[in-house]
Design a protein. Structure first.
Length: 248
């Protein structure tokens, strides 16, 4: 793998996927960011198995591509190095599949990498008819409710944000049993099946940090996970298993 890219483009996308890296990871390779340079562009992936974030940089946003390939780079090193580079462009080259050379005009760094073959396969699923909501509206819903999410691990369901959809009515609830925040809105489209899910609070707060405008968000909801598509970002979170308390 060998390519040249603008520093700011790479740094922004690295910052987004790094939100899925957990200090509690027991699998060493999950402390890294998987980089895959393909014919259509550069894919960045980070995961702690509970939360997975993928970011895609189109080929036309990469200044030069000399060789495609893939590598897993330790996240704490790659972000720090790219941030401190003095130049506007970055050259990245993988040597023998286990070392990466990062160059700017006046700087050069060499990092040992992790085997891409050891990175676990992460299944990304999509639905035919996702629920679509404006980014700005969804961000405001998170802001107005997530502050009431509980933090006590002894009551795991209260550490999440509950979402119910019936027809075209979306109801979002958070409570720590002492205080409660609930937001109800009408969606543009009707949803065929009734939905009642609870998203881990930490994960929904990381999504809030990524949303920065009114671009539409696609929500693909399954029995044990939820997938958000926003711009060039795929954000997949496991759901909390159990029954959210009746807050009516």
């Amino acid at each position: 793998m060998k390519f040249t890219i603008e520093k700011n483009i790479l740094l922004e996308n690295l910052g987004n996927v790094t939100k899925a890296i957990s200090i509690k990871n027991v699998i060493p390779v999950l402390n890294g960011i998987k980089m895959e340079l393909k014919d259509d562009g550069l894919y960045l992936t980070a995961s702690d198995t509970d939360l997975t974030i993928k970011s895609f940089i189109k080929r036309d946003k990469i200044k030069r591509v000399e060789e495609e390939g893939s590598i897993v780079i330790q996240s704490k090193y790659i972000n720090e190095i790219i941030r401190k580079l003095p130049d506007d462009t970055v050259d990245i080259e993988v040597i023998d599949g286990l070392k990466v050379i990062i160059k700017a005009k006046t700087s050069q760094f060499s990092l040992n990498c992790l085997r891409v073959e050891d990175y676990p396969a992460i299944k990304i699923d999509y639905q035919k008819d996702p629920i679509i909501i404006k980014g700005g509206l969804f961000k405001s819903i998170i802001k107005q409710t997530s502050f009431a999410i509980g933090t006590q691990e002894s009551r795991p369901m209260l550490t999440g944000l509950n979402m119910k959809i019936q027809g075209n009515i979306l109801e979002v609830t958070a409570t720590d049993s002492y205080r409660l925040a609930k937001k109800t809105i009408a969606l543009d489209d009707f949803v065929k099946e009734e939905i009642d899910i609870t998203i881990p609070g930490n994960n929904i707060n990381e999504l809030d940090k990524i949303i920065n405008d009114d671009e539409p968000i696609e929500m693909h909801i399954f029995t044990n996970k939820i997938l958000f598509l926003y711009k060039n970002i795929t954000f997949q979170s496991n759901l909390l298993s159990g029954t959210y308390p009746n807050t009516n």
